[in-house]
Design a protein around this ligand. Structure first.
Ligand code: PEP
Ligand code: MG
Length: 826
């Protein structure tokens, strides 16, 4: 295998990059390599090479080997601030140099005195093409001693294929929208955390997993089989592969492709003649005034005004935009936050940065170079044949535009919107959506796009009716005319008749009336039509969820998912941090009960500070309460934090993944140990068939039972909830699951304990009458669904609901139950 040997360009002390004080290098954002703390005062060429860039202030140089490997040598940290003082470049961009040839002379004393550090990273910036096969040990090094050995990735792949010596794992991607921008950003961040070169392959195509852009170009859709591979020290490679696999399989929460509206549907108007058909991005009906959002490419000059000026312009515009996106992500929540974070990751993509800098060294302006780097990636996604991934091109075009706007000083485009505007666009970029005055927008009609594009997700999260893929017929619509959009039924009418407008108005009135009725009674206690009390509470992951829940009339929190506080960090949160988080939820619910679920973490949701080895079946491994019992310090701290919330007694404790009484007793003993044995209610989640069939026994000692139908369904049907291959059949309305729910309710009743449902079934309007008919008296639902579910329960009659539930138990399968439930809802 052909190798490239790099020799030490400095005399000094070799260290791994982790020891560099700057995260950009330590986290390998620019690539892998080594660092040298210099003891001399001259930097020489580590190999024969061509000089690509010498920073104007002389503190860094980029080289390219004859094989195409690109190296960045950055003398010291934050040395750009020295403004050239202490550096004397001895070569210029374009020069050909030979190994050992002096490149930069520097004043080490001055650097040590005035810069943050003298340690000098030596980085391979095109890690997607070259990998490091050998590196010097930490310790003293002389100029010319072996430092790094590089090999082309294709050569590594060929060799490893021959002897099979790399870590790899093949998985089926369960993500509902495939690997689009947000998962790509998370995967790249995970890959960069490891000291291994990680790749992801689909078929014959391989991507550098550290590059979100490369990952997007793989066009991975839900259900695709991909192979994660890593090269590096054996333990590192294995750790990298299992961490990336775990992230893809279980670590990325995605909104389902189409969220079913909770309110009872109102029959749609038949598709009227003259309407344009489109694809539903966010359901809803709107009548409004057409207004077109026009978007022309920003004009840029191709030629640069000098390499250093353009580089500086690029870095400063990129830095400013990155800071802006990061600030806005921190201030945002939900999907808007995730999208801004994904945009920040794309902007930080090492491949895009390297391509832009390369074009600048060849004479391009920064704006032209950036467009040249990012536009082909967007076009490749559009041309890849996968509609979902083509939608992600909009994210790239958005970043192309935002950065160019900063580089050329263009103002963001705004248009004056009339009230009740229906915005028509060829495509709308996420940043433009976020800048809209949504109080004036009644709907979106988009020529291109797709139902899961980021604009669609944003529209759905705001409840704004939106249709995409309407085609070029939209071009003929004039600004200012009245139009009708039925996004749920999939049509847009550019010239509605007065009769159509009247029918749409009548329907809007019914929908509004139902919603308003649900909202108006949101705060009222919830009872069925014949008076049976059903509590409707909410599942929360944060104080923000709790605020939304309270505003929608939640009678409390039926499931606080505390694990969100424990994930993606190096150490467990301490008692004070946990107390503050739980207190914020309790405060948002103003005295209403909060059921805090003990940490539900483990094999499938790994936390680095919990030493759990790789498991073949994480869902059947160390998870839920098993983890807390194996780590009593973590369990005790969490109980202390819950008990510290005021007022005392507002929080109840719920134990996840119980299979037997023994576990409940151990948690009660832990409560006694931390001094909270008296007074606090302790309940269990029924998520395993074991807990369901022994519910009567458990209810003797548990204060309440709450059924986690998500897990109960996976364990009853033996279908992994993360496996796309069985996703279609994984339905909690399966009669087997319903029978376990019936048994649980009966077991609870034997000891006068209430039974609730906190799994996804409680938010499903078709399931609610069956659950209530089976005797469930608490429904813990999505925060925004509380008012609608309360309204649905108020319409129920217990005798009918019981008969309906009994009929469901006798059905042959989930599909038959769903059909029955649809008929019941009519
Ligand atoms: C469940 O399993 O139904 C549940 C509510 O818990 P989670 O979805 O967090 O596993
Ligand atoms: Mg669960």
């Amino acid at each position: 295998m052909a190798t490239i040997s790099l020799t030490a360009p400095l005399e000094g002390w070799v260290s791994p990059l982790d020891e560099v004080v700057d995260a950009v290098f330590a986290e390998r954002m620019l690539g892998d390599g080594l660092a040298i703390d210099p003891t001399g005062n001259v930097l020489v060429a580590p190999c024969d090479a061509r000089v690509l860039v010498v920073q104007p202030s002389g503190h860094a140089i980029t080289l390219e080997t004859p094989e195409g490997a690109q190296l960045l040598i950055h003398l010291g940290i934050d040395t750009v601030a020295l403004d050239g003082r202490g550096f004397e470049p001895l070569v210029a961009a374009g020069a050909t140099v030979t190994r050992g040839q002096p490149l930069i002379r520097f004043d080490l004393d001055l650097i040590v005195r005035e810069a943050q550090a003298a340690i000098t990273p030596v980085i391979v910036t095109n890690g997607e093409r070259f990998t490091i096969a050998g590196r010097a040990e930490a310790g003293a090094v002389a100029i010319g001693a072996p430092l790094l050995t590089l090999v082309a990735r294709e050569a590594v792949a060929a060799e490893e294929a021959a002897d099979g010596a790399r870590a790899s794992q093949t998985i089926v991607v369960p993500l509902p929208h495939g690997i689009h921008a947000r998962p790509a950003a998370r995967i790249a961040a995970e890959a960069r955390r490891h000291r291994a070169a990680v790749t992801l392959s689909r078929g014959a195509v391989t991507a550098n997993a550290a590059s979100p852009v490369d990952l997007l170009a793989l066009t991975v859709a839900r259900g695709d089989t991909v192979t994660i591979a890593a090269t590096g020290a054996e333990a590192e490679a294995e750790a990298a592969v299992s961490a990336v696999a775990a992230l893809i399989l279980h670590g990325i929460e995605e909104e389902p492709a189409a969220a079913a509206p909770v309110a009872r549907p109102v029959a749609p108007i038949d598709v009227p003649a003259g309407a344009l058909p489109g694809v539903t991005a966010a359901p809803g009906l709107a009548i409004g005034t057409a207004m077109r959002w026009r978007l022309a490419d920003l004009a840029v000059v191709a030629a640069g005004q000098g390499v250093s000026a353009e580089q500086e312009a690029f870095e400063s515009a990129r830095g400013a935009l990155l800071a802006d996106l990061t600030d806005r992500a921190e201030a945002a929540a939900g999907s808007a936050r995730a999208i801004l974070e994904a945009h920040a990751a794309i902007l930080d993509d090492p491949k895009l940065i390297a391509m832009t800098l390369m074009a600048i060294t060849r004479g391009s302006s920064a704006a032209h170079a950036w467009r040249g780097a990012i536009r082909p990636q967007a076009e490749a996604l559009q041309a890849g044949g996968d509609a979902r991934l083509a939608e992600r091109a909009a994210d790239m075009l958005d970043l192309e535009r935002q950065l160019i706007a900063r580089l050329i000083g263009a103002e963001d485009e705004t248009i004056a919107l009339p009230d009740g505007a229906i915005l028509l666009a060829e495509d709308l970029l996420p940043s433009q959506f976020m800048a809209l005055d949504l109080d004036r927008v009644a709907g979106l009609a988009i020529e291109r796009g797709g139902p899961t594009s980021h604009v669609s997700i944003l529209a759905a999260s705001r409840g704004l009716p939106a249709l995409v893929a309407l085609g070029t017929g939209l071009n003929a619509v004039r600004d200012g005319v009245q139009v009708v959009l039925d996004a749920g039924a999939g049509w847009f009418h550019p010239t509605p008749s007065p009769e159509l407008v009247a029918a749409a108005e009548a329907r809007l009135a019914v929908v509004a009336q139902r919603r308003a009725a649900a909202r108006a009674r949101a705060a009222e206690e919830c009872r069925t039509a014949d008076g049976t009390r059903i509590e409707v509470v909410a599942n929360c992951g944060s104080a923000e969820d709790a605020r939304v829940a309270a505003a929608n009339g939640a009678e409390g929190c039926g499931l606080l998912r505390t694990e969100l506080l424990f994930l993606d960090r190096a150490t467990a949160p301490d008692v004070a941090e946990q107390t503050a988080a739980y207190q914020a939820v309790a405060d948002a619910l103003a005295g209403r009960p909060v059921i805090v679920r003990l940490l539900d973490i483990g094999g499938d949701k790994p936390a680095p500070y919990l030493p759990i080895g790789p498991e073949e079946n994480p869902a059947l491994g160390l998870r839920g309460i098993r983890v807390g019992l194996a780590h009593p310090d973590i369990l005790d701290d969490q109980l202390r934090a819950i008990l510290a919330v005021r007022p005392a007694g507002q929080c109840r404790v719920m134990v996840p993944m119980v299979v037997g009484l023994d576990e409940l007793r151990q948690v009660r003993a832990a409560l006694d140990r931390v001094g909270g044995g008296d007074g606090v209610e302790l309940g269990i989640m029924v998520e395993t068939p074991a807990a369901a069939v022994t519910a009567a026994q458990l209810a003797r000692e548990a204060d309440f039972l709450s059924i986690g139908t998500n897990d109960l369904t996976q364990y009853t049907l033996a279908m992994d909830r993360g496996n796309a291959a069985v996703a279609g059949a994984l339905d909690g309305l399966h009669p087997a699951v319903l029978r376990l729910i019936e048994q649980t309710v009966a077991g609870g009743a034997r000891h006068a304990r209430w039974t609730g449902v906190c799994g996804g079934l409680a938010s499903d309007p078709l399931a609610v009458p069956i659950l209530v008919g089976l005797g469930v008296t608490e429904l813990s639902v999505a925060p925004a669904a509380v008012a609608d579910i309360k309204a649905l329960v108020r319409d129920l009659d217990m005798i009918r609901a019981r008969d309906h539930a009994r009929a469901a138990l006798d059905c042959a399968g989930a599909a038959e139950v769903r059909q029955l439930a649809r008929e019941f809802a009519r």
